[in-house]
Design a protein around this ligand. Structure first.
Ligand code: F6P
Length: 443
């Protein structure tokens, strides 16, 4: 079964020999390992390099955490958060917590902000629950997760003692560097490694994504299998027209060059909302540099038609839209006839909700095209671990190709350091004395 279909018929651009050549060259450059940022290309063959033993090791650790805790707090930010969150939201029943029986622990997230209220409410909410933690940081030095981990580690140690804490905390970090690695070694935490050559935003298929997902009961073998299929479907040597990642990258670059500076990723399935967030980091950090890059935005539909719909239809014409369309819902809910028909909805009687959703999708697509918003459609057959694995890898591969077509290094993120320097200076971090004086004078 095919996992993904790309439809560019309504993208409003014609593929040229030139853009095809550029996309194919960009894909070849990725595979050659000779392009910019070539220290960070480990994600390209990551799916096919994951062995059954790797999956088994992750499942084994997940089973240990599951046996100990009914809430597992996953601590991380950016690429050390969004991949797990995206797949979790896609795969886990959003109303899970209302069910009396809980087959798998609830995975909660921390360290993705520095909100005192969020932290306090989280710590309060888990008071009555047994807890464990997965702390994730590639650099091992990121401030937000480090603060959250300090607090959650203290809570675990207070409740269970230091020795038991080492059985309830798993660290995922660099193999040798960073404060988290040092701490994990000293405390004797089980540790998984984020490979050196896989950047944070490309790390969802490493233990960064796989361990929290396995804890939550997601079929990680199927997720990886879907990614492996997509790795083959987008490999070097696949003809351009058969490689959805190359075609998507080509089309979005044509649109960008034609003045479409903003791409809105959207879906009619709210479960995919965090795929949008994951995608925004992937494309934003990879392409937004040197004064260039498509701005990645997102909507969840049809909800946002009632907030952003006006702008998309009628505002600045610098937008294009990419819609992740799900062919088949997992459930079946039929709208029933009503004898009184006071709401006037009997014209929908007998129809499934998904039929209405589909007509909304088709209607919006045509309306937006009429309004000057080109539309790219990515169809997945259903929401499953396998199709989501394929979708994530598709976006990663397209991102690498697209970044090279744009002429940037898609694998660095120098721009994210600016705020960190200011924050440390404002917080009087040792080593920032001069910067502290300078920045405080500007306040
Ligand atoms: O995994 P780490 O090193 O804590 O980094 C988290 C995130 O922070 C960033 O480095 C940006 O500051 C992202 O690229 C990364 O995904």
């Amino acid at each position: 079964m095919e996992t993904l279909k790309l439809d560019i018929a309504k993208a409003g651009v014609a593929l040229t020999a030139d853009i095809e050549a550029k996309a194919q060259a960009a894909n070849a450059l990725l595979h050659s390992g000779k392009g910019a940022g070539n220290d960070f290309l480990g994600w390209i063959s990551l799916p096919s390099s994951i062995s059954e033993a790797d999956i088994a090791a992750i499942e084994k650790e997940a089973a240990k955490l599951r046996a100990k805790a009914d809430v597992v707090i996953c601590i991380g930010i950016g690429g050390s958060y969004l991949g797990a969150k995206a797949v979790l939201e896609a795969m886990v029943d959003p109303f899970k917590l209302l069910h009396k029986e809980q087959k798998f622990p609830t995975v909660l997230f921390a360290g993705q902000n520095i909100s005192e209220d969020y932290t306090a409410e989280l710590l309060d909410a888990v008071k009555e629950h047994s807890i464990a933690a997965i702390v994730i940081s590639k650099s091992g030095t990121t401030t937000e997760p480090a603060i959250a981990f300090r607090l959650i580690k203290a809570e675990i140690e207070k409740r269970y003692g230091k020795q038991e804490a080492a059985g309830r905390i798993v660290a995922i970090t660099d193999k040798t560097r960073g404060a988290l690695k040092t701490l994990a070694t000293q405390e004797g935490y089980p540790t998984f490694v984020i490979p050196d050559d896989v950047g944070g935003r490309f790390s969802v298929l490493t233990p960064v994504g796989l361990l929290p997902l396995a804890v939550a009961g997601v079929d990680i073998a199927a997720l990886v299998h879907g990614a492996q299929e997509m790795e083959k479907a987008t490999a070097e040597g696949v003809p351009f027209n058969e490689n959805p990642a190359a075609v998507y990258a080509a089309v979005r670059n044509l649109l960008y060059n034609g003045g479409k500076k903003i791409e809105i990723l959207g879906s009619y399935e709210p479960k995919l909302q965090y795929v949008n967030e994951w995608w925004k980091q992937l494309y934003g950090e990879s392409e937004g540099k040197q004064g260039k890059g498509i701005f990645p935005a997102s909507v969840t539909l049809t909800a946002d038609l009632h907030s952003m719909g006006q702008y998309i239809q009628d505002g600045e014409r610098t937008l294009f839209e990419t819609i992740i369309s799900v062919a088949k819902p997992a459930a079946e809910v039929v709208i029933e006839a009503d004898a009184e028909n006071l709401d006037g909805l009997n014209f929908l009687a007998g129809k499934r909700i998904s039929e209405v959703n589909r007509m909304a999708e088709l209607g919006v697509q045509l309306a937006h095209i009429d309004g000057g918003v080109p539309n790219i459609r990515i169809e997945i057959p259903e929401i499953s671990a396998r199709t989501i694995g394929g979708l994530l890898y598709f976006f990663e591969k397209a991102c690498g190709i697209s970044g090279y077509i744009l002429g940037v290094n898609p694998f660095d993120q120098p721009g994210v350091e600016a705020y960190k320097k200011n924050m440390f200076a404002l917080l009087d971090k040792p080593g920032y004395e001069e910067a502290s004086k300078a920045i405080k004078a500007r306040l």
